[in-house]
Design a protein around this ligand. Sequence first.
Ligand code: C2E
Ligand code: CA
Ligand code: CA
Length: 760
Amino acid sequence: MFQALVILLILLTVIMVVCVSLVNKRVVRNRASVVHLIWTAVFTAICYTCFILVSPAHYRLAVFMAGMYFLSTDWLVVYLMLFTSAYTNTAPISRTPRRIVGLLAGIDSISFIVNTFTLHMFELELMTSDKLNIDYWYVHLKFPHVIHRFFVYLLVLYSLVILAYRFVKAPVIYKNKYGSILFQTLAVVGLNIMCSAMDAKFDYSVILYASLAISICYLALYAAPKKLLGKINSTIVEDSVIGLFAYDNDGKCAGVNSVAKRLFDSDKDIYSTAEKYLEDWKKEFGGSDEDVIGAERTIVKDGQKIYIYVTYQRFFDEKGRTLGCCFQFEDRTEVVKKFKDEQYRATHDMLTGLLNRNAFEEEVRRILSTADEPYCMVCSNIQDFKLFNELYGADAGDKLLVAQADMIRRAQGDNSASTRIYADKFSTLMPKSHFNEQQFLNNMSATMTLGAASTFKLHYYIGVYDITDINEPVWTMYDKAIMAIDTIRGNYEESVCYYKEELLKSIIEEKEVLGEFDKALKEKQFLMFLQPQIGRNGKAVGAEALVRWLHPQKGMVSPGLFIPTLEKAGLIHRLDLYMWESAAKKLAEWKAQGREDYSISVNISAKDFYYVNVCGAFHALAEEYDFNVRNLKLEITESALMKNVREVVKSIERLQKMGYDIEIDDFGSGYSSLGMLKDIKADILKIDMIFLQETKNKERSKTILKNIISMSKELGMPVITEGVETKEQVDFLMDVGCDVFQGYYFAKPMSLENFEKEYC
Ligand code: C2E
Ligand code: CA
Ligand code: CA
């Protein structure tokens, strides 16, 4: 028994020394506290072994070695305390208590050394065990030894409390880390108490000191972390969000995790699914000798597309030999969906689902760069869409736009792109061969009769630009198609217009007119020309005021080149107000000279009624200038009268009340000339020059003229015929009773000076 104890102690000491050297070699955490702890345990074991081996002849030596053993237990528990606080990550003991503990342990140690001579801590007595047949040293403890015990147990208690606290609080997989040390320390203390309580011959707890030191070494530095790592690894593998297939060197599946099972939905045989997956992968990437390969893949599960990122990885041992491989599957469905959603939103019009401007531009560029047939750009625009929106609400407007977008999508075919530029402006790029004008028009008409649009007759325009240069900027192509639309805008009889180069020219000219108009008006570049009107006796009765633009560079510009532009731009009223005033001024001047026998007819554009208070303007002129109101005649075209009948009729009546004579201009050129005559009681009828123009139906024209004149006579309206160019025409018109003649036969429009020179 005694020998066994000694051998065991020596053996444990050797193991402890090996442990320390192992710990010293490795990079481990808390190495210093572990090393100190073990060295102290080695020292304790050696002291105790020496003590029990001291022969009865050497009493003092035995007392010294026993003292060394006791004092070493002081340092053992001190280092145990330092180790546990490091191991459990408890806040390190602060300086002062550490110093106090060190001081106490030092005093205790000195006391044990002095005890060799004073025997105040303990005494030894040589006893003989008959049973074991040995002599052994029996330790008689004295009172101061109790203080030593108290000190030691206090420190042990501190370590136990920390370990117990950690043990209770730690998650399950960490319990072992604290539990093993906690229970072994408890065992040491228990055995120590038991040995002293039972007056045992030897202190067996020394064995446990040593084994505790060894197992601390093993658990703390090796076993626990490894177990822990294993647990952490398996948790990562099982609970990870990443799917895993692992294979051995023969391509046999060695393991799959639950995520992979879920992804591949293979309850049947996930292993063969995994093996097949590897086979297919190798077919695809067989040539690659990379250790890690990543690829994006999709799987269809329950009809749903799952986007995954697959990483293939090979494993090697330290010598570089392949151990196996694995696949990692990262489910990216959410991310991809979000990305696709964002991408869709960034490139599409949310209302119609067509491309947005930027995406359209890119798509057009892409299509045209590979185009092998002629393409065209088709734009559409709905007349009065804004009004429709206001009348029926934005919802009805949106529905109409969606219907139109659907129609366009159906009509566009492959290799084309469509966009909604804004509001009701759509644009489509498509192969020319695919654009069927009639079908497009029919489809468009059909959409214009859906829902609320059925009660509101919407008119639409389509502009087509046949692309001649595919490198032209996309928005120039679009602008050209829109230019085509602009030329027919407001014209309800037309719906389609193709862009031609001349369009660009006329648009540039229009832009020039509009750009220069303000300045020209301010600088009085507009002149009033007069074209005499001749009575049946061959004498002038008045003149029509016709505007001329004396352009500083272009010279005399005739109204046909700028009046339509100004009308379209809503600016004509400003020129007309100027012309009316010029005429009123001239009449006032003539009146002042005593000439009241000439009248001046001024033109009133249909648009004037939209932009100015025509009655108010003529009332103001009569107030400001002193002229005979009857001498200022107002020419209103038939078409102006037809567009806004009620308003215009009211205005006409008020003007007539003021004393102005109203002439119906261009009579016979419109559609319902006769119908209009029924409603409007004009004063003078001015017959359009088309009836005098040379045609095959000369006789018919004559008959019509004759009858118009006789009809107007019956209505009590004097007749002026314009465009009279020949003597023959004059004779005929004289015969049928025309009252006044205007035309080149008599005189062309002339400047005021010339008119006054010749006629006044
Ligand atoms: P309009 O009111 O029908 O004017 C008559 C046009 O016929 C004038 O053309 C005149 O020069 C032309 N004309 C006169 N006699 C003959 C003839 O024997 N043969 C031919 N072939 N033509 C003849 P102009 O001056 O070029 O004016 C064109 C149109 O411009 C006018 O037609 C009128 O609608 C508009 N216009 C002219 N001045 C004004 C104006 O101050 N205000 C507005 N709103 N329109 C104006
Ligand atoms: Ca006229
Ligand atoms: Ca006329």
